[in-house]
Ligand binder design. Structure first.
Ligand code: PLP
Length: 405
């Protein structure tokens, strides 16, 4: 991966490497730096591309930092949550309860009770037993709860293998074949209001057409169930999964084409009446937060093993596990070498301090030649970075998080 990739990176479009010299010169420990502007740009770009009928609910799991929640709330996003802690963080950040949804396959009674008492927009139900529990809690509290039924569909998010007769075993959602029974039973529960359906079935999609077809499939599914079971839906949650490019040969998602095609769908007579009073929710995480963050780490030592050059850094997978967990390299830049105008590039293994050979950021990063003390930036680490890692392993200190405008 070439370092020049940074020329196209949204973080480095709004922050020149020179602007970061304050962090490079005063570096004390590994840190994440997030750009508020990149998050706002990503949100505004998506908001301006999508038809009005679409709401954007930020998937907090991608990065729950309160600054990010506050910023997205101020931009009028909603919030998708997956635990009691996430619901509390969303409320603390100022999201109105009717702009918060809660999803998750194994919610505890305590979590459900809190969600019901908080009057959330919806609890997205992932099993019949959960539905029964919600009904029971509601009857104790004298409340009604709006729910979306989360479906494990028979189509993938895209063109390939559509309607393939089952997406397979999943702990998420309820298999589509069981859904008629769930609707039948839900109707007999006095404290449940079925508001619609939820389908989230893929992540990191860069092709606008695949996302478009997925949303269309979700809407078709809603139409079918609404007709079959005589249910008036208000909400259709078509999930997240909007991708960002991690490598040079990947494109940025064309949100304009996605939005234009969704508008055509809404205007299509086949869908127009059904969609008239419906709200469609997208719940992107990575698309909003991913490009905003870089992770800085210092080269402590350089060494060679069996002909491979290795950079040993003070940061490791206790702060950023995603590259090794998902097997996806993130672009890496040697910021110090860029500032001193270094010319020559070399291929490196970049590895951290943990006592496991898993602790690598890359096995083949091409960087400007590094010397001990150089500060490296690992790009596109705003999503599934800080909180997805394993901070307690080897008792190192956590990374610092810094926001810049
Ligand atoms: C239910 C749900 N919604 C939204 C998301 C966000 O996905 P992404 O960050 O790919 O947009 C996830 C990710 O796991 C999810 O499980």
């Amino acid at each position: 991966m070439s370092e020049y990739w940074s020329d196209n990176n949204p973080f480095f479009k709004v922050n020149k490497i020179e602007d970061l010299s304050i962090f490079i010169n005063n570096y004390s420990s590994p840190c994440y730096i997030y750009s508020r502007k990149v998050i706002a740009d990503q949100y505004n770009n998506l908001r301006n591309s999508l038809p009005e009928k679409f709401s954007i609910f930020y998937a907090q799991k991608s990065n729950p930092n309160p600054e990010i929640l506050g910023l997205l709330n101020s931009l009028h996003a909603g919030c998708d949550t997956a635990s009691l802690g996430e619901v509390k963080s969303a409320l603390d950040a100022g999201f109105a309860p009717d702009r918060i949804m809660m999803t998750g396959p194994a919610k505890t009674e305590k979590e459900l009770r809190f969600a019901i008492q908080s009057n959330l927009l919806s609890v997205n139900v992932e099993s019949l037993q959960e539905l029964m529990l919600i009904d029971k809690i509601c009857s104790e509290l004298g409340k009604k709860q709006k729910v979306l039924i989360r479906i494990n569909p028979k189509f993938e998010a895209g063109e390939k293998n559509r309607i393939i007769g089952g997406m397979g075993v999943s702990k998420f959602g309820i298999d589509i074949d069981f859904i008629p029974e769930v609707f039948r039973q839900a109707k007999s529960l006095g404290n449940i209001e079925i508001k619609g359906i939820h389908i989230f079935n893929s992540s990191q999609i860069l092709d606008w057409n695949r996302i478009y077809l997925n949303i269309k499939d979700v809407i078709d599914t809603a139409i079918n169930f609404s007709k079959e079971h005589n249910l008036e839906f208000d909400l259709i949650d078509a999930g997240g999964g909007l991708g960002i490019p991690y490598s040079e040969n990947e494109n940025f998602l064309d949100t304009e084409k996605l939005g234009n095609n969704l508008q055509d769908l809404i205007n299509n007579p086949k869908y127009k009446d059904f969609l008239l009073r419906k709200n469609i929710i997208l719940e992107p995480g990575r698309f909003l937060s991913g490009l905003s963050g870089i992770y800085l780490t210092k080269v402590l030592y350089t060494k060679e093993s069996c002909g491979k050059k290795i950079l040993l850094t003070d940061g490791g997978i206790h702060h950023l596990i995603r590259p090794v967990l998902i097997g996806q390299n993130h672009p890496i830049i040697n910021l110090s070498a860029a500032l001193r105008g270094a010319e020559k590039s070399t291929e490196y293994i970049i590895a951290g301090p943990l006592c496991t050979s898993l602790d690598e950021f890359s096995g083949n990063a091409v960087l400007k030649e590094a010397i001990p003390g150089d500060i490296l930036a690992i790009l596109n680490t705003g999503a599934y970075g800080y909180t997805e890692s394993m901070p307690l392993f080897l008792s190192h200190s956590p990374a610092t998080e810094i926001f810049i405008d």
